[in-house]
Design a protein around this ligand. Structure first.
Ligand code: UDP
Ligand code: MG
Length: 314
């Protein structure tokens, strides 16, 4: 059992980035122990990342590569890595060097104080301001809808004890969010603060569509509050229409020649009612879709091949 396993999902990372990642990881980890493993999970990269990982694994027996059969998404790739990590401690980090390998000794030291999960809070956000505004708004919405207090300074950079990893593995739900699952699992959590490096040559491997899809997963897979939103909206509308009806009756009684503005008001009411109803049905449909995904019971990911470690199957 190695002392530390590193799990890094890799999607279209350049050869130079990966080589530097391994080099800096080895330097950083050597300060803690010589007994470590580096698991690079190729999340169906479209470039030559898998060839690079093979080269790295050949050059260094501590490096192991896991090749997923297609692009399953960062959080599934992390789960695949966690399924195969054997360390007493597992560090999860991005492969693009934004999560700096030099921080790992601090993470490890903090964990030794008696914690099972230590996250890194980013001291700085190197993203563009527009991104930061959207992120801040999204986290407000997410926390309101999920009833949690997710910290927008936290990514996935963290260290987790073997106990917590074992618990993590038992949650196989398809709507995956690394931080959310860890939170549900429990154990002793804490965080440290560290610098986050700006994105290097390649920009983000996330597209807007991918980010929005993940945002929906965050809201829908970890809370049912969205369903209650439509109940509240429906109640408010019913109340409003009741008040409006009373108003019409009173007007008619007070002033028998009161002209009712029929067409515009009725159309407005119908559109409003139909809109809100459809939104409500849509919320429910999202959850039904998730139930379908869950009942199919498919595996989370498919491993196409691995670099060496013979026991790596699944
Ligand atoms: N990633 C992945 N699968 C994907 C998209 C991203 O495994 O479909 C990995 C990527 O290789 C990187 C990490 O997830 O290690 C974070 O991705 P990125 O740097 O693009 O995200 P950002 O820093 O922009 O949030
Ligand atoms: Mg990045």
């Amino acid at each position: 059992m190695p002392e530390i396993s590193i799990v890094a999902p890799v999607y279209n990372q350049h050869a130079m980035t990966l080589a530097e990642l391994v080099r800096r990881l080895v330097t950083s980890l050597s300060k803690i122990t010589d007994d470590f493993e580096i698991l690079l999970v190729d999340d169906g990269s479209a470039n030559d990342a898998w060839l690079t990982i093979n080269d790295l694994a050949r050059a260094n027996p501590r490096v192991t590569g896991l090749h997923l059969a297609r692009n399953f998404g960062q959080h599934v790739a992390i789960s695949a890595g966690l399924d195969h990590a054997e360390g007493k401690w597992v560090v999860v980090m991005d492969a693009d060097l934004q999560d700096r390998p030099e921080v790992i000794p601090d993470l490890y030291a903090k964990a030794q104080e008696g914690y099972d999960v230590v996250f890194v809070n980013r001291a700085n956000r190197p993203e563009r301001w527009l991104y930061r505004v959207f992120a801040a708004a999204f986290y407000l919405l997410l926390n309101a809808l999920s009833g949690e207090d997710y910290n927008r300074l936290q990514g996935n950079f963290s260290i987790v004890s073997a106990n917590a990893v074992r618990a993590f593995r038992r949650l196989r739900e398809p709507g995956r969010f690394y931080g959310g699952i860890l939170r549900w699992v429990g154990f002793r959590h804490t965080s440290i603060v560290a610098e986050h490096a700006p994105a290097g040559q390649g920009q983000s491997s996330y597209t807007l569509v991918k980010r929005v899809r993940f945002a929906i997963t965050l809201i829908v897979s970890f809370s049912t509050r969205l369903l209650y939103v439509s109940i509240v909206l429906g109640l408010l509308m019913a109340l409003a229409s009741f008040v409006m009806a009373i108003q019409i009756v009173i007007e008619k009684l007070v002033n028998p020649s009161y002209p009712l503005q029929g067409w515009p008001s009725v159309m407005t009411a119908i559109f409003f009612a139909a809109g809100v109803t459809n939104v409500g049905i849509g919320f429910a449909a999202i959850y039904v879709g998730r139930i379908l995904e869950q009942t199919r019971g498919r595996p989370l990911y498919i491993v196409a091949e691995t670099t060496s470690r013979s026991e790596l199957t699944a």
